[in-house]
Design a protein around this ligand. Structure first.
Ligand code: C5P
Length: 402
């Protein structure tokens, strides 16, 4: 997918810069045209000559070429690029990118670029987890940049932790995936429910569950990255959305979620029901804080919440696709397939709490998909974003059939 693509490789001053020789080589081998831009400090770590030889283009570092006085146009470069990779991205460059400090050729080009930007941080573990770095990376995400998370392992300081620049092979893979997916959901509208619901007991207490919303948010980002207009109906979670094509509706209770979904249902081509909706709410919500009583315990009356997935299954048009989730602790396959039928879903994504690194809170998941035409697709344990990619592939097939 990288054949003929114009890639700017921005190298900053970190020890991982030595890996950029391999990265340049891999990109060129994949058919990309690579223009290397180095910050002045990067040249302390790797020779420009190595990179200009591997890329077949003179390396750019200054605003002006010293011997000719020729101006290097960051605007032209920004327009030429199909993608920018900043690798390794130091804390300093990340900070400059986050705050628009355009004091070198690389950050200036970044500010002019219209192409997608991939940032591969690399630094010592304490710098990586410093609140300013965390915040700056969050800012970069909020601008729509793609952060290629650093790996854990031994660092140049000999400390062990998170901060190693992702291996060149994986950086190329992330770029390749980005270009290979394309925008196959262009023109589609997808609604996604995510996170838990919170059911009040009294003004200060509630019933809820451990859902973090990570899977639903990963699906929202995946669908938006593939061109869909996304409506994300989210229960109370501490997550942020990155893509500006995600329209977020925050709700608290199952009834609020139901209302939001039902209102937006007619406008959507697909509905992914990923939220962990509380099955019951409190019928007798107390107006004032319930006080401890000496000899008696309060009785909470539960009443069933609406089953949003089932209501969608009943109301959806023939051209609408609905996708459910089933988080099971036992009898997984039978339970999931029962829900597929009962809720009139096109397919259901099952994960088991018995699988390590799957389900609530964690960043990874392992799922099995059951489709309404009898297929079973078993997945590996992957990042939630990678799982979202696989789920959206199946969704895309259904949407193309409608
Ligand atoms: O809770 P249960 O295991 O039945 O959830 C299965 C599917 O139904 C999930 O996709 C979940 O989002 C959805 N659901 C819902 N409304 C409920 C309960 C579940 O949309 N009240």
């Amino acid at each position: 997918m990288l054949k003929g693509k114009h890639i700017i490789l921005g190298i900053t001053g970190g020890i991982a810069a030595y890996k950029c020789a391999t990265l340049t080589r891999l990109l060129v081998k994949a058919g990309a045209e690579v223009q290397v831009i180095m910050t002045p400090n990067a040249k302390q770590f790797i020779q420009p000559l190595t990179l200009s030889t591997l890329s077949g283009k003179p390396v750019i570092s200054e605003f002006f070429t010293a011997n000719t006085g020729q101006w290097n146009s960051h605007v032209d470069l920004g327009l030429w690029a199909d993608a920018l990779i900043i690798a390794p991205a130091t804390a300093s460059t990340i900070g400059k990118m986050a705050h628009g400090v355009a004091d070198n050729m690389l950050v200036t080009t970044y500010l002019s670029a219209k192409a997608p930007v991939f940032v591969a941080p690399a630094m010592d573990l304490d710098m990586m987890r410093h609140p300013s770095t965390v915040r700056n990376l969050e800012l970069l995400r909020s601008y729509g940049n793609h952060i290629i998370e650093p790996a854990e392992g031994e660092l140049a300081s000999h400390l062990i932790g998170k901060g190693r620049m992702e291996e060149p092979e994986n950086i190329v893979k992330a770029l390749d995936e980005y270009f290979s997916t394309g925008e196959d959901l262009q023109g589609k509208r997808v609604m996604i429910t995510a996170g838990p619901t919170v059911e009040k007991i009294d003004p200060v207490r509630y019933i809820s569950n451990f859902s973090s919303g990570k899977m639903g948010f990963a699906l929202a980002e995946e669908c938006a990255a593939r061109g869909a207009e996304v409506t994300l109906v989210a229960g109370p979670v501490s997550l942020k959305t990155e893509n500006s094509n995600i329209h977020r509706i925050d709700v608290v209770s199952a009834v609020e979620m139901y209302d939001a979904v039902m209102q937006a249902l007619p406008q959507n081509d697909a509905i992914i029901l990923c939220a962990a909706v509380a099955d019951y709410r409190i019928e007798n919500v107390a107006e004032k804080k319930i006080k401890r009583e000496k000899d008696a315990a309060p009785v909470l009356h539960l009443t069933p919440n609406p089953d949003i997935a089932r209501a969608v299954g009943e109301k959806k048009r023939k051209d609408q696709v609905s996708v459910g989730f089933a988080l099971e602790t036992d009898n997984e396959n039978v339970n999931a397939q029962g829900k597929l039928d009962r809720k009139n879903l096109n397919f259901i994504v099952m994960n088991s709490l018995r699988d390590k690194n799957a389900g609530f809170q964690v960043d990874t998941n392992k799922v099995t998909i059951f489709t309404d035409d009898g297929q079973t697709i078993e997945g590996e344990c992957k990042s939630k974003r990678a799982v979202a990619h696989d789920i959206v592939d199946v969704l895309h097939k259904y949407l193309s059939k409608q």
